[in-house]
Design a protein around this ligand. Structure first.
Ligand code: ADP
Ligand code: MG
Length: 246
């Protein structure tokens, strides 16, 4: 098993605004790739393209050999290969934690309620939330909601999971519990693409760092430690200077 996710010559624009310019990337099974870069550089758009939520103007994206084409019928098939967790949890407010989590596996994947529930409870237990299974989202803290959203993504057994600034809306004391969950996932061999502004976390979890600026991959390296000591490009140096991290 080599390349799970492959992007070649991806070009994306919104009208006159070119957002992603000739992006090439290939991610292997089990790899954790962290994407960093200034606000507005195209990070969210990139993840949305990978997940078939945005149309692209040119280039090819494949996940586990399956081409990603926004708006195509087999998008359901794709959704089972690639999961995404957003900054704004996107949980259904009128459904309990458990109902939120088992919805897609039972509806889309046609798993039995019993089977989906059994695994959901196992996963909730792992993130310390099994006692909240019958709660509604509004009864949970932001950090708890985000862990529920992660469990929901995991229950689909995706090949790759995308995380878009999943801690950005959380109070500082809740950031840690979500990052710990993601670190545990990374250690268990999940293939992950993570957009984050948490630099200490990025340094700890990344097998590879991608620095994106103005829709360009300006720097890409597997020497993660070195990157955080001294990035090679001036733009990445300038960007990192705006963060305090260890
Ligand atoms: P980041 O996540 O790195 O902050 P985004 O991917 O959200 O950046 O945005 C990149 C650029 O694309 C920005 O200039 C933004 O205004 C533009 N953009 C994002 N989404 C849309 C959209 N739906 N319509 C038009 N422009 C958009
Ligand atoms: Mg964004």
């Amino acid at each position: 098993m080599s390349e799970l996710l492959k992007v070649t010559h991806l070009h994306k624009e919104f009208g006159p605004n070119v957002v992603l310019k000739d992006i090439n990337l290939s991610v292997k099974k089990g790899e954790v790739v962290v994407i960093i870069g200034p606000s507005g550089c195209g990070k969210s758009t990139f993840l949305r393209c990978l997940n078939g939520l945005e149309e692209i103007q040119s280039g090819v994206i494949t996940v586990d050999g399956l081409p990603v084409e926004a708006g195509k019928r087999d998008i359901t098939k794709l959704r089972q290969k690639i999961g995404m967790v957003f900054q704004s949890y996107e949980l259904f407010p009128h459904k309990t934690v458990l109902e939120n989590i088992i919805l897609a596996p039972t509806k889309v994947q046609k798993r039995t309620r019993e089977d989906a529930t059994r695994e959901a409870l196992e996963l909730l237990d792992k993130v310390g939330l099994v006692d909240k299974k019958d709660y509604y989202p509004r009864q949970l803290s932001g950090g708890q909601k985000q862990r529920v959203a992660i469990v929901r993504a995991l229950l689909m057994h995706p090949e790759v999971i995308l995380f878009d600034e999943v801690t950005a809306a959380l109070d500082p004391e809740m950031v840690h519990e979500v990052l710990e969950t993601m670190i545990a996932l990374a250690k268990s061999g999940s293939t992950m693409l993570i957009v984050t502004h948490e630099m200490a976390f990025a340094k700890a979890v990344a097998d590879r760092i991608i620095f994106l600026d103005k829709g360009d991959i300006v720097e890409e390296t597997s020497d993660v430690k070195d990157f955080f000591i001294q990035p090679k490009t001036e733009r990445a140096q300038k960007f990192l200077k705006t963060f305090a991290y260890e």
